[in-house]
Design a binder for this molecule. Structure first.
Ligand code: UDX
Length: 490
């Protein structure tokens, strides 16, 4: 097959987490379908998982000018890659190991295109700022892609101002965690979020004990790098986050909204060959499809789907509270329960086997499901989620109302927007007991179902419309087609 050496060329570099890799690979495929040569750079660890769990190399062979490269993340192969403390360690090792290697690979031409083109443009995860420095040095344009919501990006962006203005209870001298009254304090200083955001709804890193907390510093600093990039991309759409986006554009005028990316990708594939239409998810985990047969046998809108994403960890006690709450709710449930979901302190906190045995009549539990397919299934009536941004968007497109139990990072903000702004479900952050789980499941699936379904139907319509041709014209300056045109001009 002859490769197009005159086609524009882009290097794509995601943060190595499922949600980020997923979005970036969807974007990579969309750009490739538009005739752009692509190199997708993943960490060695994730590259090996993608090859092992999916037919990724064969699958991408039909994308002309597409190649995969990989780079070490500095952690041992069997190092745990879940939990919030992992992220801290992970950023340290990225800085120590990946950053210098990335520079070396750029300089030595190892990241040139499959036809040998030099890199003219990098689309990097917005959580990584060093590609901007490398790009500036080598005269390469760098575009930041934040795979999080606009509302949480804006909260990250504003943290420093909030602290300086004394609108955040965090103090340099504070040595204990924030008190309950601090957590319920309403923030009135963030433009676009005047009346409904409490401290507990800010990204979890804002719960830091003092302003020198390393996670807080990390997110604050990296977000402030985005205006240095040539442009910013967000996996969102104007009808969902228009107000916040208008504030972001005061700092990053070239902000493209290219979401919901998975819906965009699907709509593009509909017009393509059967080979492309059969693409499987870009999963870092082994997908168990057996749940689809179980779902086929369930009544309409009767099942609540439960998943806490790819990084969340919980204690065995928390897991049991959810399990009892779900069982006591008398609803049926499908639970995607990753083997490393439970923190294994002293090796004692394994997922109890009786959970699988005891719920056979009412629940189905597997390690990792085809989530987009599950959410689109007619038996699904609700989603108990950690409010990861991909899961939130997938739920919106599938018209499924949500119960939010955010774990960390942007999820605390996403869940507040889901409940208070978009009215798409309920937020049970910072609470984990069986009585509450039972009550809230019953509210979502029965008592308040009609209200949530009304908003869910309308938002799903707007989400689908946002990837349509008509909407592209309406928001021309901010959409994916315009970005592709921009890349071609580079
Ligand atoms: C991380 C952060 O946790 C999240 O807050 C941030 O918005 C993105 O990065 P993650 O925990 O992976 O994300 O959650 P999410 O963004 O929801 O992504 C999870 C992805 O895994 C989704 O695309 C979902 O469809 C997929 N998934 C999840 C499966 O395919 N099967 C499953 O069983 C569970």
């Amino acid at each position: 097959m002859e490769l197009e050496s005159k086609a524009p060329y882009v290097l794509i570099f995601p943060l190595p987490a499922q949600g980020h890799v997923n979005s970036m690979l969807n974007l990579a495929q969309l750009l490739s379908l538009s005739g752009i040569n692509i190199t997708s750079l993943n960490t060695d660890h994730n590259h090996n998982r993608l090859v092992f769990h999916t037919d990724i190399l064969d699958r991408f062979a039909c994308f002309l000018g597409f190649q995969f490269k990989s780079i070490p993340d500095g952690l041992l192969a069997d190092h745990p890659r879940a939990g919030d403390r992992f992220m801290e360690m992970f950023f340290d090792s990225i800085t120590l190991v990946t950053e210098p290697l990335f520079k070396e690979m750029m300089l030595s031409g190892q990241l040139n295109s499959a036809t040998g083109q030099l890199v003219p443009c990098i689309i990097t995860d917005g959580s990584l700022s060093f590609p901007i420095d490398v790009g500036n040095k080598l005269g390469i344009l760098v575009i930041h892609f934040r795979t999080i919501s606009a509302c949480s990006f804006w909260a990250y962006f504003y943290i420093q101002d909030m602290i300086e203005a004394g609108k955040h209870p965090i103090r340099d001298t504070m040595v204990t965690t924030l008190e309950k009254e601090d957590m319920d304090y309403f923030i009135r200083s963030v433009p676009g979020k005047e009346t409904f955001l409490r401290i507990r709804d800010l990204p979890s890193f804002c719960r830091a004990r003092n302003t020198t907390d390393s996670n807080l510093q990390q997110v604050k600093n990296m977000t402030r790098q985005s205006p240095r990039a040539h442009a910013l991309m967000l996996n969102s759409f104007e009808d969902l986050e228009g107000l916040v986006l208008s504030h972001i554009r005061t700092k990053c005028p070239k902000t493209y909204t290219i979401g919901p990316l998975h819906a965009f990708f699907k709509s593009k594939l509909e017009s393509k060959t059967t080979l492309l239409q059969s693409v499987s998810p870009n999963s870092l985990f082994e997908v168990d499809k057996s749940c689809m047969v179980w779902l086929d046998a369930q009544p309409l809108k009767y099942v609540i789907y439960v998943s806490f994403g790819s990084i969340t960890v919980m204690t065995k006690d928390e897991l049991m509270e959810f399990w009892y709450g779900l069982v006591n709710s008398k609803k049926r449930f499908l639970w995607s329960i990753r083997p490393d979901l439970v923190t294994q302190k002293d090796g004692k906190d394994q997922i109890p086997l009786e959970l699988f045995e005891g719920t056979k009549d009412r629940g189905y539990m597997v390690g990792w499901v085809p989530q987009e397919e599950v959410l689109a299934h007619q038996a699904i009536g609700g989603f108990l989620t950690h409010s990861g941004w991909n899961s939130t968007l997938e739920s919106i497109v599938a018209e499924v109302p949500m119960i939010c139990w955010p774990y960390f990072a942007d999820q605390q903000t996403n869940s507040r927007f889901v409940s208070e702004v978009w009215k798409l479900g309920m937020d049970m952050k910072d609470v984990c007991d069986r009585v509450m789980v039972k009550k809230i499941v019953n509210h979502l699936m029965e008592k308040r179902r009609e209200i949530f379904m009304k908003s869910a139907t309308e938002m799903a319509r707007l989400a689908k419309e946002s990837v349509s041709e008509a909407c592209k014209k309406r928001h021309y300056h901010y959409n994916l087609d315009h970005l592709i045109k921009d890349i071609r001009l580079m």
